[in-house]
Ligand binder design. Sequence first.
Ligand code: HEC
Length: 106
Amino acid sequence: MISRTHVSRILAPASMALAVMVSTAAVAAPNMDKYNKSCAMCHESGAAGAPKAHSEKAWAPRMAKGMDELLKSVKNGLNAMPPTGLCADCSDEEYKELITYMASPK
Ligand code: HEC
């Protein structure tokens, strides 16, 4: 019979490898699920005057304000952009990744 400890000894390295993979992915790319459900609605098309994703021209003057200012704009809202940018559960880190993603050329 296989004991419970035996099974977890086999599974532990596998779940550790998975955790490493997940955390590297989070650093390399923004949370696309959250992006598609919120920011993308306006920023993919440039609706209502939103700086269009991956347009260097649209983003250069925004990025010049500095990341802290941009983070504030998203959290408090700015003109046609509602507070939180419709991502109520985004962390500051996630907002920054999303902003960097949109401001970078594709
Ligand atoms: C309902 C539409 C809408 C959604 C959803 C939205 N935005 Fe925006 N966003 C805008 C508009 C419109 C502007 C331009 C505001 C202005 O300058 O008048 C803007 C501007 C910005 C700016 C520039 C702010 C500044 O200070 O210049 C950032 C950064 C930004 N959005 C990030 C995000 C992020 C990140 C998300 C998703 C979490 C998001 N937005 C979701 C409409 C939206």
